[in-house]
Design a protein around this ligand. Structure first.
Ligand code: KG4
Length: 340
């Protein structure tokens, strides 16, 4: 029987990625990251789109080669339509359109946020699948989002809570910057936190109604703690780095998990998944396991390769849309801002 083979393309921010999925099973997932932004302390949109231009063809070529699939065997091409940086999105979108047109195969637009959630449905050769059952809750935490999403079906998701200011990843990155750590700071905080005491410092936690989040108060409280302490001791950050990171991380995790637990309890949902770049955080992953045991949840924690931006999640979303004949027109523009 003919296989359904989807090429996924992701270029929403600073990772150029291509992946091939055949009948729901991942055959390749190739990503070119852009180190150029490190020296600027953040992603520079113009540099990102130029790097995507350089990377896109070699990355797609490598994904097809690794998958041992020819372009003529592809059933459809799925691409990230948004949200993301417009210049970056345009590269992946234009490439996907041109390739689909040249091959005369369907084109599938993918919402980047939906793709993060559906990353849990990627099957891998030789790996026993552990797939969430509907309905499930997904905590999506990244540099741009902090949301609790109720997932009823592949194509039916609703945001039941979200940040009203900064995202959790921004809280990690901005506080890390205050400590003089490189960008993005999240992974550094994670590393130093392993050696620190999470109870050493107390930072403000928000009091927000419902399932929404807020991280701007924590950021300010962190900044003021450091500012006051440095006045007394200029070496305060260096001498307390591990404890500062451990306390910051514990506060962010507590904020995230308390609301998630409330949502799960109120909605009586016990299938709970984690997604997005911040889901690489070792403390958050452990908190999922601990809360899972305590609340009798079945938890779904993504593989590290599927936490940050990747095309495998775009390809799997494309696969499920393909099964529904959910294709898009060649004239569809990318969206910098779009919700679920
Ligand atoms: O989903 P993602 O790759 O893209 C954006 O939304 O931009 O997420 C990136 C975010 C950054 O804020 C980064 O600091 C954070 O994920 N991150 C982490 C860790 N690894 C990545 N935050 C905390 N601990 C980590 N280990």
């Amino acid at each position: 029987m003919k296989r359904t083979i989807i090429l996924g393309i992701e270029s929403s921010c600073d990772d150029t990625s291509a992946a091939v999925i055949a009948d729901g099973v991942l055959l390749s997932n190739v990503t070119a990251t852009q180190a150029i932004h490190e020296s600027y302390g953040g992603v520079v949109p113009e540099l990102a789109s130029r790097a995507h231009q350089q990377n896109i063809i070699p990355v797609v070529h490598a994904a097809l080669t690794q998958a041992n699939v020819t372009k003529e065997e592809l059933s459809a091409i799925a691409f990230t339509r948004g949200p993301g940086l417009m210049g970056s999105l345009l590269v992946g979108t234009s490439f996907a359109k041109a390739f689909a047109m040249a091959l005369n195969i369907p084109l599938i637009d993918v919402n980047h946020l939906q793709a993060h959630v559906l990353a849990h449905f990627i099957k891998e050769q030789g790996v026993e699948p552990h797939l969430p059952q509907f309905p499930f809750l997904c905590l999506l935490v990244s540099g741009g989002n902090s949301q609790i999403i109720q997932v009823d079906k592949f194509d039916s998701m609703k945001v039941i809570g979200q940040t009203i200011d900064d995202a959790a990843g921004e809280a990690f990155d901005k506080c890390a910057k205050v400590m003089g750590l490189p960008y993005p700071g999240g992974p550094y905080v994670d590393k130093f936190a392993k050696e620190g005491n999470p109870k050493a410092f107390q930072f403000n936690k928000p009091h927000i109604q419902g399932y929404d989040y807020s991280f701007s108060g924590l950021k300010t409280s962190f900044l003021y703690t450091l500012r006051d302490a440095i006045k007394e001791n200029p070496n305060f950050v260096e001498e307390n780095k591990n404890d500062l990171c451990a306390s910051l991380q514990a506060t962010i995790i507590d904020i995230l998990m308390v609301k998630l637990q409330k949502a799960a309890h109120d909605l009586k949902i016990t299938q709970i998944a984690l997604a997005g770049g911040v889901s690489a955080n070792s403390g958050l992953r452990q908190a999922f396991v601990d809360y899972g045991k305590r609340n009798k949840w079945e938890v779904y924690i993504p593989k590290f390769a599927f936490t940050t931006d990747n095309a495998a999640m775009v390809a799997i979303t494309g696969y499920y849309k393909y099964l529904e004949n959910d294709f898009c027109s060649i004239s569809l523009p990318p969206y910098a801002r779009v919700t679920l």
